[in-house]
Design a protein around this ligand. Structure first.
Ligand SMILES: [Zn+2]
Length: 205
């Protein structure tokens, strides 16, 4: 599994990937090692500029994702929705277990200090603005941008940042592509610096 792995409802993580996942702490949450180290650098850089970014969510096991999924469906049914409608509503807001970047530990939900939930207007906060300008320098991309919902299948999420490495992040930011488009149009022309040499980026098998 490399930094540019595509994880969405069409591309779930391979079975058993969690066994080889190497995790570390960053910002008080758990992440895949390289992602965690990059996140720490990014949080420190922001802090140096007087911007305190809080980490709301990192790695989630697929079991926990399953629990969230079931809870969401049950809550929607309790509100009077049919099972089918409850599933549909949940699908729009929550990835299926094994289909979330959080299950691989390579995504961070970020926020302002004191917030314990994702903020719809995060992009208007100093933290959100700082990330829009600087996240790519640390290898992170805004994974679910506005106007790309028809491609990502996910609503705009100004808080969800995904680690892809600085080189790919710079190209994705410059091109204005979302990750799906980038992989479709550019990946064959884009050579990962450590694709064929050095230790693998992620110990997920
Ligand atoms: Zn997220």
């Amino acid at each position: 599994m490399d930094r540019l792995i595509l994880i969405n409802s069409f591309y779930p993580l391979p079975e058993g990937f969690e066994k080889g996942l190497m995790l570390t702490k960053a910002g008080g949450r758990t992440f895949e090692q390289e992602t965690g180290r990059a996140l720490e650098r990014m949080l420190a850089a922001a802090r140096n500029e007087g911007i305190e970014i809080s980490v709301i969510s990192g790695y989630r096991s697929t079991d926990y994702q399953q629990l969230l999924w079931e809870r969401s469906v049950n809550d929607a049914m309790r509100d009077g929705l049919s099972y089918e409608n409850a599933l549909e509503l949940t699908r729009r807001t929550l990835a299926l277990p094994g289909c979330s970047e959080h299950n691989a530990g390579i995504a961070a939900d970020l926020g302002t200090p004191g917030s314990d939930d994702c903020e719809e207007d995060f992009h208007r906060t100093p933290q959100g603005r700082w990330l829009c300008v600087n996240a790519h320098l640390y290898g992170f991309i805004l994974r679910y941008p506005r106007m790309k919902e028809h491609i990502t299948g996910i609503s705009y999420e100004p808080w969800h940042y995904r680690y892809v490495g600085p080189q790919a992040a710079a190209l994705i930011k410059e091109s204005g592509c979302c990750l799906e488009e980038f992989l479709h149009f550019y990946s064959d022309r884009f050579t990962l610096p450590c694709k064929n040499s050095g230790p693998p980026d992620m110990k997920i098998r």
